[in-house]
Design a protein around this ligand. Structure first.
Ligand code: MG
Length: 254
């Protein structure tokens, strides 16, 4: 069952979404060689709680961090650690959820630490672009498959691998709601989009191949090839006036 939100509920999601986005980009500003992923996680947890919200991921199915932080070949669900220090040339995917007044906002961004390779830069730029292309298809009367196909076509045109095992999702009073939003598929297929649907669109794109595996910690998803992976995500609302992004950071933070 796909829930449709009222204007009042969308306002609450926008508030939660902005807290998540500000926490994400605040952590992004602290990225430099030598910083641990646990330190970034602490910045995120502190900011979210200072706004009277809760980190959505903390304790979710037992997840131990405030945010998921995934370096280089880690795709998603990386666990922040005191022993994991950033190095020049790393790419750092951070996924943040904030829960406030009964609603979640969910957003992710892959940052560069220092100077990264040209190949990694292109992966980041085009994964980010694919998110915006996907969002542009989230219009009244369109279909979920339009979003999926647009992301897949964009990323595969550069030879990147689109992760198939994890997908975007509806979001609202629950962190994960229906429908699923794959980053691959066919246009003009799937659920018809209506005004008030709130969706977390989140391409997870590998430099080489679409294969993934899960590490022994039961959480961390890595690329099978060992290549880098990027992850960008926004929570959006389908409206009569077009897609509305609910996870934009405050001015000056992005
Ligand atoms: Mg998500």
């Amino acid at each position: 069952m796909v829930s449709v939100k009222t204007a009042w509920e969308v306002e609450k999601m926008k508030a939660a979404g902005q807290i998540a986005a500000d926490a994400l980009h605040l952590a992004g500003k602290s990225i430099k060689p030598g910083v641990t992923t646990a330190e970034l996680d602490k910045i995120i947890g502190r900011y979210i709680t200072s706004k009277g919200a809760k980190p959505s991921f903390l304790g979710y199915n037992g997840f131990p961090g405030n945010a998921c932080i995934s370096l280089n070949s880690k795709v998603i669900h990386g666990i922040p650690s005191k022993s994991e220090r950033l190095r020049d040339g790393d790419i750092v995917s951070i996924d943040v959820g904030a829960y406030k007044d009964g609603f979640h906002g969910d957003t992710a961004y892959t940052f560069a630490c220092g100077r990264i390779s040209d190949a990694d830069r292109k992966l980041l730029d085009e994964t980010k672009a694919s998110l915006m292309v996907g969002i542009s298809k989230a219009i009244v009367g369109g279909r979920i498959g339009d979003i999926s196909a647009a992301i897949q076509e964009h990323c595969e045109s550069f030879g990147f691998g689109v992760v198939k095992d994890y997908v975007g999702h509806g979001v609202g009073s629950k962190l994960h709601e229906s429908p699923e939003i794959p980053n691959f598929g066919k246009a003009n297929r799937g659920l018809r989009l209506v005004s008030g649907m709130t969706l977390a669109i989140e391409p997870m794109i590998n430099l080489k191949g679409d294969g993934i595996r899960v590490l022994k910690d039961g959480w961390t998803v890595v690329t099978k090839s060992g290549s880098a992976s990027a992850h960008f995500e926004h929570t959006i609302c389908v409206t009569e006036d077009g897609p509305l992004i609910l996870t934009l950071p405050s001015d000056g933070l992005q």
